[in-house]
Every structure is written in structure tokens, then in C-alpha cells.
Design a protein around this ligand. Sequence first.
Ligand SMILES: Nc1nc2c(c(=O)[nH]1)N[C@H]1C(S)=C(S)[C@@H](COP(=O)(O)O)O[C@H]1N2
Ligand SMILES: [Mo]
Length: 240
Amino acid sequence: MTGALNDMKSNLPPGQREVAEHRRFGLPKFANRIPDNLERIAVSVTGAVENEITITDQLLALAQVTQMSDLHCVTTWSARNLEWQGVKFTDFYQAVVVAEARPMGDIQYVVFSAEDGYASCMHIDDLMADDVLLATSLNDKPMGFEFGGALRLVAPAHYGYKSIKYISRIELCHDLSNFRFPKPYPAFMNHPRGRVAYEERASYVPNWLIRPIYRWGRFRALRSFGKADKRYRSSLPIQS
Ligand SMILES: Nc1nc2c(c(=O)[nH]1)N[C@H]1C(S)=C(S)[C@@H](COP(=O)(O)O)O[C@H]1N2
Ligand SMILES: [Mo]
């Protein structure tokens, strides 16, 4: 009951609770993996394309947008009013992927890979939504290790696990036959679309069961990420 009241008061999607602070989060397996390159965009475009390409700074030549949006994690926390800067995925798709990589056949999904070993998939129609960004900064600062530099996806209508950080590869696909949610995590943790409005948190498992399991998983993940972040900060040269 309290949960339902909270949801109504804050207009959050079902099952979500607002967090005061947006912190780096994700799957514990990837918490300690620090990408070598957090500043320079270097992303390959592969899969069903005529011409494989690598994107670097040309992304910065596209129209830059600023967008305020919320981040809803499947583990039931939501961070609100995050201000991202970057380019719209549709602009990138038309200007770079279509023009230079030249997609082949009927593209249905895009599989993203990241520097830390994480991977995610998005339906192509969902990527064309106006609020999907390839972000380069958050609150006017480069995202860095904390929030997924050099490049991350921002897909506010989808659960956080679709907003992949530290992007290294964008693969165009006709179907999801080659995609598997990163091991050792079970396949049910992935939903092909993961839309918040339909509460597509996971596959096969009902939400009444997945919500409490994920709430518990959240604390485990927070511990892993808290430790990893501390280790990362202590490895940095001291700023004078
Ligand atoms: N590369 C990478 N991207 C990732 C993850 C990850 O572990 N690695 N975790 C995902 C999950 S589960 C969430 S909720 C969001 C968290 O984003 P944040 O670190 O900005 O809070 O990142 C998503 N993108
Ligand atoms: Mo998440």
C-alpha cells in the first residue's frame, strides 16, 4: 500500500521508488572493470552492414541536444531529472549508419557491447524514439568512469539495463539469435524491449516475484559498486 501511495505521489512508474542520489550502478560482475578509454569515442559499427566503420569524433559534428530525463532501474530505484547532453540516436542512425555503414536487409535489433564486457539489445523501433540519445556528458561534465564515458545510451522509456555505458560496438541484427544476456546472469534477466510503461522488467518471470528478488539484488550490487568506486578513486592521482 505504501508503495502504491508513493508511486501516485511522485508519478513514478509502477514498482519504482525515487533515490536521492544518482550513483554508478550495474551488474556486480562488471563493477571492477575500468575501461582504458573513458574520454575518446571509439565505437565500431558491425553486423548486417555493407561497410564496417569506426566512429570517433564525427559524432560531435551532429546536432547536440540537452535532455532532462529519468533513469528507472529494474531493481526498483529511479533517479530523476538527469540532464544529458549528446546526439539523438535517430540523427546518428541516418547521418552515420545509413550513410556510411549502409545497413543490409531488415534490421530489427541493435546489439550494443561495452568496454567492461556488458552487452544489451534494443529493438530498432525503440531506438528511433525522439528521447533516445547517444550521450557524451551529464550535467555538462564528461561522464567518465562514473557514468559511462566516453559514450552511453540514454533510453528513458526503457529500464536502466538498456542504457549501456562505455559503448564499444554497435551491431545491426535481423534477429536476436546471436544475443545472450552477459554470462553468468540468467537469460530471464533480459527482456528484448524492456519498456518501463509495460513493466517489461524481465522475461518469463512475473513482476510480483521479480520485484522483491531485484530489490534484494540491488543491495548486493550497491555493495559491489561502492567498493569498486572506492578502489577506483584511491587509484587516481591526487588533485592539487
Ligand atoms: N557497460 C555497462 N552499462 C550498464 C551497466 C553495466 O553494468 N555496464 N548496468 C546497467 C544498469 S543495470 C543500470 S540501472 C544503469 C545504471 O546507470 P548509472 O551507472 O548511470 O546509474 O546502467 C546500465 N548500463
Ligand atoms: Mo539496472
